[in-house]
Ligand binder design. Structure first.
Ligand code: ADP
Ligand code: ZN
Length: 219
């Protein structure tokens, strides 16, 4: 068994990747690497990179492969990634998946989990989702933090992501079908793909993923 636990979590926008990755990161003591979070942090800090990607992200389109690959490469060099990583939102094109194979070398992706959720459900989840601008906590329309507009954890503003507006949601889901769904075939061909029903409680989904990781002798 190799020391590095590299897990790719695939699924449509709103499938619950972020929620599951945060839990699994704690369980396996490996970092949660979300390219969406990295890009949003760049936008928030108003860095040159952030200014470059901001309008692309708001429209629900993909940032260029080259740029995202460079960000992930830099992230892998940080010490906490020496034990592996939970990849959330990367790869999302075949070119990115090929780049990931090069970046990881022999010690490659150990498993790709596809969180399966019907399109109607993710559309509903995304349109009712609200996020804290400061700490990134996710809320739904009826939560007290949304009603008050203030995050109960950190006091930050709770807002709707620009890309959670209906037009951008439609665009993101189309982009998923066109650019990201082909990755299922890519990982299936390598014997690495496992599908998990994402239409269960968060605890049930976590348990299902842990069971697969265990069955495969990965942790
Ligand atoms: P979601 O998966 O719900 O769209 P993310 O937080 O993963 O949310 O990504 C938000 C946006 O960041 C994407 O719509 C895209 O513009 C950009 N992005 C994130 N990851 C990538 C990636 N691997 N390649 C290209 N663009 C990306
Ligand atoms: Zn907060």
């Amino acid at each position: 068994m190799s020391a590095r636990l590299n897990l790719v979590i695939l699924g449509k926008q709103g499938a619950g990747k972020g929620t599951q990755c945060a839990r699994l990161a704690t369980i396996y003591s490996i970092p949660h690497v979300s390219t969406g979070d990295i890009l949003r942090a760049a936008v928030k800090s108003d860095s040159p990179l952030g200014r470059e990607v901001s309008s692309v992200m708001d429209a629900g389109a993909l940032v260029s492969d080259d740029l995202v690959i460079k960000l992930v490469e830099a992230r892998f060099l940080e010490p906490d990634a020496a034990r592996g990583a939970l990849l959330d939102g990367f790869p999302r094109t075949i070119a990115q998946a090929e780049a990931l194979e090069r970046l990881l070398g022999d010690d490659g992706v150990k498993l790709c989990v596809n969180l399966e959720v019907p399109i109607e459900l993710v559309t509903q989840r995304l349109s009712t989702r609200r996020v804290c601008q400061e700490c990134g906590s996710i809320y739904s329309e009826t939560d007290i933090s949304v009603i008050s507009g203030t995050c109960e954890k950190c006091g930050g503003d709770v807002i709707q992501r620009a890309d959670d507006k209906p037009e951008a949601i439609r665009k993101r889901l189309e982009t998923y079908e066109r650019d990201t769904a082909p990755l299922l075939e890519f990982y299936a061909a390598r014997g690495l793909l496992v599908s998990v029903d994402g239409n269960q409680t968060p605890d049930e989904v976590t348990a299902a993923i842990k069971a697969v990781v265990h069955e495969r002798g990965l942790a």
